[in-house]
Design a protein around this ligand. Structure first.
Ligand SMILES: Cc1cc2nc3c(=O)[nH]c(=O)nc-3n(C[C@H](O)[C@H](O)[C@H](O)COP(=O)(O)OP(=O)(O)OC[C@H]3O[C@@H](n4cnc5c(N)ncnc54)[C@H](O)[C@@H]3O)c2cc1C
Length: 342
């Protein structure tokens, strides 16, 4: 998310990450630095450079020659530039979730693990949640169920689609290749990203929106990628990271929700004013999750949030939903990986 209006959310998340880490004594984020690479005309890259210029945090732009000498693993064209963000890094997601749950319990929250909500209905001035263990009535409800959003709230099918993402892990041909590799992202029209494993044994590669599988039902979509799905990553090995082995050693799938603007859906349910919905994080929700949780709580308790979120509602669509039930959409240019697919 490189919308300048999003900076307030990112800054609040940053403060809350620090608080979470210092309160619990757990290290959840690793500031490895992150490299953004793209053609000098790339709007995403230009917005990122402008945002870095506005910020008081240090960052560095790199010429193709500097990219080649400092990040030898990544092939770049003469028209590419880089932006090095020393504050970027990687997050430990599972440890973050368990740490947050522990802290919530410590403050008195009641957590029902592995308890699926099957319906949400208005009931006698409250909101009734149905689960396998029975029903409970609440004054306010916050729904944050990611890839299952449209299953639980079908009214959002015109706004939110679900995609099944595939990540692929590759070994290098030469053991040294990934040793000093940093996490990187390339901008559209050759969008992709790579996150090296600690110690450089493998790198996890990811693709853009158009390469992800539309999801009609998150409970029945095939979660085991067929071997030929590895072919989708071949261009990254050919054109971006030529030192990798040609086939991945592992692939895994995940579900994620996307809005048509790729801006989060944070607001009230279209039909239930006591239900707050947090969804459509469009591939970038984890880094801001502490701020999103706080905003959700503020909306539930006060009806408004400290951060003005109108910009999310005003953001223009970057793709259309063609078939809301099947989750089929038009092509999404802003995170396109292979323009020839169009
Ligand atoms: C491969 C991959 C890489 C990513 N990389 C990044 C990154 O680098 N940076 C970043 O910021 N973000 C990243 N993201 C995105 C980020 O992980 C998501 O945006 C974020 O996790 C979305 O949060 P969510 O709460 O909407 O959904 P989720 O994190 O999917 O959580 C939803 C939860 O709700 C539960 N649930 C669903 N239905 C029900 C129900 N009916 N009752 C009870 N519980 C239910 C699910 O089991 C799940 O635990 C990445 C995502 C993927 C898939």
């Amino acid at each position: 998310m490189d919308d300048p209006a999003y900076e307030a959310v990112i800054n609040r998340a940053d403060a809350l990450w620090h608080e979470l880490e210092s309160t619990t004594g757990r290290r959840l984020r690793y500031p490895t630095g992150v490299l953004l690479v793209g053609d000098q005309s790339s709007p995403q890259l230009q917005r990122a450079v402008q945002s870095a210029d506005r910020s008081d945090k240090p960052s560095r732009t790199l010429t193709p020659q500097q990219l080649r000498s400092e990040h030898r693993q990544i092939s770049v064209a003469d028209t590419d530039v880089g932006l090095w963000d020393p504050h970027g890094g990687v997050i430990r997601p599972e440890l973050t979730v368990s740490t947050t749950v522990d802290l919530a319990r410590h403050h008195g929250a009641v957590v029902h693990e592995f308890s699926r909500v099957t319906s949400i209905d208005a009931h006698d001035g409250g909101t009734r949640l149905e689960t396998a263990e029975g029903a409970q009535i609440f004054d306010r409800v916050v729904v944050a169920c990611g890839g299952w959003t449209t299953k639980l709230r079908p009214a959002l099918r015109d706004t939110v689609v679900v995609r099944r993402l595939t990540s692929a892990w590759f070994h290098a041909q030469d053991e040294e290749y990934l040793g000093d590799m940093v996490p990187f992202m390339r901008t559209a029209p050759s969008y992709c990203y790579g996150i090296p494993a600690p110690g450089g044994s493998t790198i996890k590669l990811g693709l853009g929106f158009n390469d992800h599988l539309p999801v009609a039902d998150p409970d029945t979509v095939a979660r085991t990628p067929p071997p030929e799905e590895a072919d989708r990553f071949a261009w990254i090995v050919d054109k971006v990271l030529p030192g990798l082995q040609s086939r991945p050693v592992r692939m895994s799938t995940y579900l994620e929700s996307y809005t048509t603007s790729m801006h989060d859906y944070i607001g009230f349910d279209p039909h239930m004013s006591d239900v707050v919905i947090l969804t459509g994080f469009s591939g970038h929700g984890f880094k801001v999750s502490p701020a999103i949780g706080e905003i959700g709580a503020q909306l539930a308790v006060h009806g408004t949030s400290d951060i003005d979120l109108q910009f999310l509602r005003d953001a223009p669509a970057v793709f259309d939903i063609v078939d809301p039930v099947a989750g089929e959409t038009t092509y999404n240019d802003i995170v396109s990986s292979r323009p020839s697919q169009k």
